[in-house]
Design a protein around this ligand. Sequence first.
Ligand code: WTA
Length: 648
Amino acid sequence: MEGKVVEVQAAWREGAHVDDAQYRAMYEASVSDPDAFWGEHGKRIDWMTPFTKVKNTSFAPGQVSIKWFEDGKTNVAYNCIDRHLETRGDQTAIIWEGDNPDESKHITYRELHAQVCRMANVLRNRGVSKGDRVTLYMPMIPEAAYAMLACARLGAIHAIVFGGFSPDSLASRIQGCTSKVVITADEGLRGGRKVPLKANVDEAIKRLGSDLVEHVIVVRRTGGSVAMEPGRDVYYDEAAEQVTDHCPAEAVEAEHPLFILYTSGSTGQPKGVVHTTGGYLVYASMTHQYVFDYREGDVYWCTADVGWVTGHSYIVYGPLANGATTLMFEGIPTYPSTSRFWEVVDKHKVNIFYTAPTAIRSLMGGGEGPVKKTSRQSLRVLGSVGEPINPEAWEWYYNVVGEQRCSIVDTWWQTETGGILITPLPGATALKPGSATRPFFGVTPEMVDAEGKVLQGPCEGNLCIADSWPGQMRTVYGDHERFEQTYFSTYPGKYFTGDGARRDADGYYWITGRVDDVINVSGHRMGTAEVESSLVAHPKVAEAAVVGYPHNVKGQGIYAYVTLNDGEEGDDALRKELVTWVRKDIGPIASPDLIQFAPGLPKTRSGKIMRRILRKIAEDDFGSLGDTSTLAEPAVVDDLIENRQNRP
Ligand code: WTA
C-alpha cells in the first residue's frame, strides 16, 4: 500500500496557494524562525491593538505555558464578520441546508452581523459579559453560529455540548464550567426525527439540583411544544424583538478564552479543553485557506456538527475569518436517501467538501449508483477527518466521488490542537492513500519509542509534537495540572498526542490510531473509562472493562466485558438493558456494540485489568495473546475466548 503515490495534478497546482517548492520553503521558514513566520502571518487577522510579542511558550515540566501574540487585542466576531462588511456585505456567509431537502437559506455577511448583534444583546441583557461561560446545546441551525459569534463578540466563553449527549452529560458540562446561561432549541431535527433538546436541558438542570442556571434561551426550530419555566426560560425570537441589531465587539486580549470544549481522554471524566482568541483564529483561518486551497468565491462545506471541534474551526471560525461562504447542514448523509450529500453538493455548487471516513464507508456500502446519479462537477477538493481513512475508502472517495479529478486532503488533528496539524496541501503534496502526509507550517512532529527516545528516519512509534503552534489548547479549564499531566508528562518536554504513527522514507506520516484508552467510534472520541463507569453504575453490574475493536463502518466499535453481581443472569434482555442504560447515561455515541458477560476479567496479581488481552480477544486475534502466566487466574482467558461475541 505504501508504494502507491498519486501525484499532484497540473489542474490542482494551477492557481493553488502553494506548490511543493513553496511548501518546503515556507515550512522551513516556519520552524527555523517561528517568531518571524508567525509575526508575519499573525497579521492575517485584524488587531485592535497590534501585538509586538509573537511566541512565548514552554513545554518544560512543571512550567507548561503557552502564549501567542500576548500583548495584542482583537475580537473573533469582528474578524469573522465586521471586517468583511465593506467588501462583501452582500455575499453569502452561511448557506443553511435543512434536514428537509426543501428547506434552505442564504445568510449574507450583513445579515449575519445583524443577527449576531441581536443575539449578543439578548445575552448582554441577561447579564452575560466578558469571561462568563455560556453553554450551547443546539441543533445545526444558523442560530448555533450566531450564538457562538455572539459570545465571542462580548468576550464570553462558549461551551458547546453536542446535541446527542444525554441530560447527565449535559449537566456535568454545565457544572464543569459553571454556566449561568444555556442556549438551546425546542427540538432538533435529524433524518426526519425530532431530538428533544429543551426537554433534555430541563432534565439536566433538574439533575444539577441547584439554581446555577439563571437563563435558558430557546430558539424555535420545530415549534413543538415544550415546557417553559417562567422567569428562567425565554423564546429567542421574543427576546430578540426587544433589542437592537447594534452591539460593539469587545476588544479582548489575544489569550482571552474563546471557548471550552469537553473531550474524552483515557482517564476520568471529559476535560474542558480551552482555546483562546488570537492564536486560535490565526491558525484556524490559515489552515482553512491552505489545506483546502480555499479561493475567493468558493462554496465550502464541512459536514461536521458544531458540537465537535471540527465544527468550531472549520464550519464557523476558519471559513468566516476568511470571508468564505460556509455551508451548514442540519441533516444526515442517508436522509431522505443516500444521495443526499451529492445532491446538496449539486444544489449549492459546492467546491470544497470535508467529511469523515465513517460517512464515506457507510455510503460505500450503497454502491456507486447513488453517487453517479449526481453531477458533482463543482467539486475540487475533498477532505477527510476524524479517524484514519483506510485505503479502500480513500480510493472510493477519490475515484467515485471525485472522479479522479479532485485532490484529497486527509487531515490529522485533535480537539486539543485547534486546527489541522498533518495534511497534504492540494497544489503541493503528492498523495498516498491512507497517509495524512506532511506537517503544516509551524508543526514539528516527533516520533518516540515507548521509552521516549526520539526516532529518526522511517520508523513506527508514538506521535509527539516538539514545539508549540498558535492553535494549541492552553489549558484544561480550571485544572492546569491536569493539562500538564495529560499531555506533557509522558514524554517530558513534548506534547504527546495519544496517537501512534508510522513515518515512511518520504517523511510521510501514517496515523495508526490511539495508543491510549480512547476509542474512536465513527470519528467521535470516547474514553473507555467513561463507558466503564456508566456500566458499573448499573445495579446488576459488578465490574466492566471496555475496549475498541475494528468495525467496518464505524472504524472502531465498543466491546464491553461485563461481570455481573452474584446471582444475576446474563442474557440478551440484560444486554439490551445495559445498552439502553449507557445511551441514557452518556448518549447514543457511547452505546456498546457488543457485550460479553464474563465471570472474571484477566488481572495481574496486583489486581490490574490486562486490557491488552481483552483488546486481542475483541479483535479475534488470540494467536498473539502474549504471556498470560502472570495473571492471577490464567483460566479466565480460556473462558473469555470461548464465549467471545462475534463481530457482525
Ligand atoms: C483521530 C477531531 C487518523 C486521532 C479533529 C486523534 C485521525 C483523534 C485523523 C482526535 C486522521 C483525527 N487520521 N486519525 N486524519 N483525524 N484522528 O479530538 O486518533 O475528536 O487523536 O478531533 O481522532 O479526535 P478529536
